[in-house]
Each structure stands twice: as structure tokens, then as C-alpha cells.
Design a protein around this ligand. Structure first.
Ligand code: SF4
Length: 459
């Protein structure tokens, strides 16, 4: 087992038995579960809407080169700049170069998983540039010096009491403030930063090819301020976020809102198509979009895995996943947690280092069931498992265990050997990991053959 896999097992083991953690996660997910059905009512034919969304993403990814070129050409026509970054280092270097050019000391940042993927905040801190998270959940996480816990709900594992305590400790607010008061405190602090910041950094929920725009959905208005207040706006986004046409948003916006948070539509939906134009009263002087590959074209090359790039990061598969609900987001040790994280991380990074995530699944299929763009997540988890075995990345013990299991399962004589006490002893000693947090496996006292003979005398 790699060190990373051991860390994953150790962290998961602690979280899975932490009942307080489970209570908070279940509480927050139950609120989500209560509203999602209401959001779904807006679709006259939901299965058709999901299939259409999948088809649009299929088309976008099958023609990705053309879509991205169309985006670049349309976006640059309105004065925007596009930077193509092959990996995280290139993206970070470009951001730092722009920061130096602009003499930037403070950045306001709206929620973006891609910036988590490339560890942007850590990088900027090393360069002594202040990067302030402006989404409330991300702000809470930044105050606590923790990465986001969930793709959509960064502080999902915290109760309102936890947040009040954190503000009390870090911002000297009175203890036990209500959520409304806490929000007001954050708002005052963040307004100052919006005014100070030279650069705003956002992600993009969608890159729109035919108009050369990016679309951002959010509930707090902070992304809108990050786009428009500072003189420079940098967008960093994965290349897979592209959709062919502006009209596709009519489907993707309600789908993302419903599956992400149970809303019919997210509160603020912005379409940004370049820097401020001569006839416009506000907006940044400069807008730069960084199109990040960072392993995505490797996934694109693989015909089976390609559909994992359809993901619109709604987080529904995390909320539905029994593994995520028990071990929480931080155990995964990667920006993308839950089923989609377990699918793409070994592909984006390194199979040997990250394959354990694809094995940490019950394969119940609930993730596939809830995915708005119908990604076959549980099939892709199996695909990763198969690929890791084919690449010879299974351990000797694992191969031996499966060989013994196969040999025994195919032989009635071996299955019938020994009595139940011997089998119980053997299995429970062999699979200590199983019995550490569960009752021991118990074999029945009689074999199938014995029971059959007793119940069907003379056969
Ligand atoms: S894989 Fe599907 S359910 Fe999971 S985050 Fe992506 S779009 Fe949502």
C-alpha cells in the first residue's frame, strides 16, 4: 500500500467512527435532499433534460478543439486575452506574471475548484500576495486554514456553532453569533478587500464557444464583485467546461441549480464576455482567461473515460454517496472528492498513487443515478480498477487473495472443507480490516450441500 493510500485508510477509519461528524454531514445533506425534489418539478421531462445535457456535453467534448478555438476567437474580438496552460505550474507562473505586471498585493477570489486543484492560495501566499476567498463557505474554510470539504458546500462539515466559535477565535467577534450576524461580519470584512484588490480571480461554470463568454453561477454576488470591481479579472478554468452555444445555458443553468442546491435557478448568473467596452459604465480594464489542461487531454484520449469530463461540478454524487457521507471530504486528500473525485483523480494525477480511491466504493450506483449529465460513475470506478490491475499495479497479496478466492469458489469440494468454526477463525483472522469496526463474519454451521441433502432426501 502506498503512503497516500495508508493515509486515506487512516483518515477514513477515524471519520467513519466519528458520530458527531456523521450527524453534521447527515443534517446538512438532509436539508439538500429536502429541496432537490422541488427544483426537479420545473422540468417537464427530467430524463429527457438530463439526456439532452449529456448529448450537449458529448458534442462539446468530441469537438473540443474547435469549440475552444471558437471561444478564443470570439473572446479576443472583444478585447479579452486567452492563455493556454498545459499544467498547474504554467497556470501559476502566468498568474504570478500578471500579478507582478499589475503590482498586485491583494487578490479577491470567488469559489473555484480549479484554483484548489492547482493550490493557488498556497502559491500566492509563498509569493506574499494576499488572496482572499469571498464566497462565505470558502471564507470560513480559509479562516480555519482548511481546504473545502465539498465541491459545492465548502464548509459542509461545520455546524453554525462551529462557525460562530471560529469567528470568535479568529476575528474577535462576540461568541455565539447567529448565522445572520456572522454573515454581516464577513460582508464588512470582504467589502474592504474588494476595494483594495488589484485583481479578481474567478472560475467559470461554463465556457461559451459561440459568443466567447464565460458563465458563472453563485448565490452571494461575490463572484460578480470579483469580476467587476478590480481592474483586472483573471478566469481560470478547465478546458472541459466548454458548451457550444449561449442557448445551452437554458438547460444547464436550471440543471446545475437543481442538482447543486435544490434551487430552480442560482441567485446570480453572470455571463461575462470580455473587459469593459468603451460604452460600458463598469467592469475590469483587462480580462484574461486561462484554459487549463492539467491532465484533461489524457482523459479525453480515453474513449471510455471521456465522459467523466461532462461533469458540471454540481456535487450531487457526493451528497448521494454512502462512502462520502461516512468518511467526509478531507479523507480523500484531493481537491475533487466523492465519486467524481475517485473517478478523475487517478486519471488526472497518477494511477498508482490514487487508485485506492476507485476501490473505496460500494458500487451501489447511487452516484450514477443522481448525476444530471448521466455520467456512468460506478462503471468508471470499475474501469479504473480494471486499468490499475492491467497496468500491473495490484499488490502481490491482493493477487494471491483473489487467486485463492477464485480457486475455492469454483470448487464445491474446497467450499465444503473444514467446519464453520475453522472457517470463521480463518476468515476473521485474515480479514482483520473488516472485523475491526464490524462484527465477525459467521459461516453457517452446515454447508449448502448438507442442507440440500437434509431437505431433499433421496436426491
Ligand atoms: S459527476 Fe455528475 S453528479 Fe457528480 S458532480 Fe459531476 S455532474 Fe454532479
Amino acid at each position: 500500500m502506498t503512503e497516500r493510500a495508508s493515509t486515506f485508510v487512516a483518515k477514513s477509519t477515524v471519520k467513519a467512527t466519528d458520530l458527531e461528524h456523521r450527524r453534521k454531514i447527515n443534517f446538512n445533506i438532509s436539508k439538500y435532499n429536502a429541496v432537490v425534489p422541488q427544483g426537479k418539478i420545473q422540468f417537464e421531462d427530467l430524463p429527457l433534460a438530463r439526456q439532452r445535457a449529456k448529448n450537449i456535453k458529448w458534442k462539446a467534448l468530441e469537438t473540443l478543439d474547435h469549440q475552444l478555438e471558437a471561444f478564443e476567437s470570439n473572446f479576443t474580438k472583444r478585447g479579452g486575452k486567452v492563455i493556454w496552460a498545459e499544467n498547474a505550474e504554467e497556470a501559476l507562473d502566468e498568474i504570478y506574471r500578471i500579478c507582478r505586471e499589475k503590482n498586485c498585493r491583494t487578490i479577491v477570489k470567488s469559489k473555484s475548484m480549479v484554483t484548489e486543484e492547482i493550490h493557488l492560495n498556497k502559491f500566492l501566499k509563498e509569493k506574499e500576495i494576499e488572496s482572499v476567498e469571498t464566497d462565505l463557505g470558502e471564507y470560513i474554510q480559509q479562516l480555519d486554514d482548511e481546504p473545502p470539504y465539498h465541491i459545492v458546500t465548502p464548509a459542509m462539515h461545520k455546524s453554525k456553532e462551529d462557525v460562530a466559535k471560529l469567528f470568535y477565535e479568529k476575528l474577535n467577534t462576540p461568541p455565539h453569533l447567529s448565522p445572520e450576524k456572522l454573515t454581516q461580519v464577513a460582508r464588512v470584512k470582504l467589502r474592504e478587500k474588494f476595494i483594495q484588490a488589484e485583481i479578481g480571480i474567478t472560475g467559470a461554470n461554463f465556457i461559451i464557444a459561440d459568443t466567447g463568454s464565460i458563465a458563472i453561477s453563485e448565490n452571494e454576488g461575490n463572484a460578480r464583485l470579483s469580476c467587476s470591481f478590480p481592474k483586472t479579472h483573471i478566469v481560470i478554468t478547465g478546458i472541459e467546461k466548454v458548451i457550444p452555444s449561449l442557448t445551452d445555458l437554458a438547460l444547464f443553468w436550471p440543471l446545475l441549480a437543481t442538482y447543486g442546491t435544490g434551487q430552480k435557478l442560482t441567485v446570480y448568473n453572470s455571463i461575462v464576455s470580455g473587459p469593459r467596452q468603451p460604452n460600458e459604465p463598469d467592469g475590469p480594464d483587462e480580462m484574461i482567461v486561462i484554459l487549463l489542461d492539467n491532465g484533461r487531454t489524457g482523459i479525453l484520449e480515453n474513449e471510455v473515460m471521456r465522459e467523466s469530463l461532462y461533469c458540471i461540478r454540481c456535487g450531487a454524487c457526493l451528497n448521494a454517496c454512502p462512502v462520502y457521507k461516512n468518511i467526509g471530504g478531507h479523507s480523500y486528500g484531493t481537491a475533487y472528492s466523492g465519486p467524481i473525485g475517485s473517478v478523475i483523480t487517478p486519471q488526472l494525477k497518477d494511477m498508482q498513487e490514487w487508485k485506492h480511491l476507485s476501490f473505496a466504493s460500494s458500487l451501489c450506483g447511487n452516484c450514477t443515478e443522481v448525476c444530471p449529465v448521466r455520467i456512468n460513475l460506478h462503471e468508471l470506478l470499475l474501469y479504473n480498477r480494471a486499468e490499475s490491475v492491467e497496468q500491473g499495479k495490484a499488490t502481490f497479496n491482493e493477487k494471491l487473495a483473489w487467486k485463492i478466492w477464485k480457486r475455492t469458489s469454483l470448487s464445491r469440494r474446497l467450499m465444503n472443507m473444514g467446519n464453520s468454526s475453522i472457517k470463521n477463525w480463518m476468515v476473521n483472522k485474515l480479514f482483520k480490516g473488516w472485523s475491526a469496526n464490524r462484527s465477525d463474519l459467521q459461516f453457517p454451521s452446515k454447508t449448502f450441500n448438507q442442507l440440500w441433502k437434509e431437505r431433499n432426501p433421496g436426491t
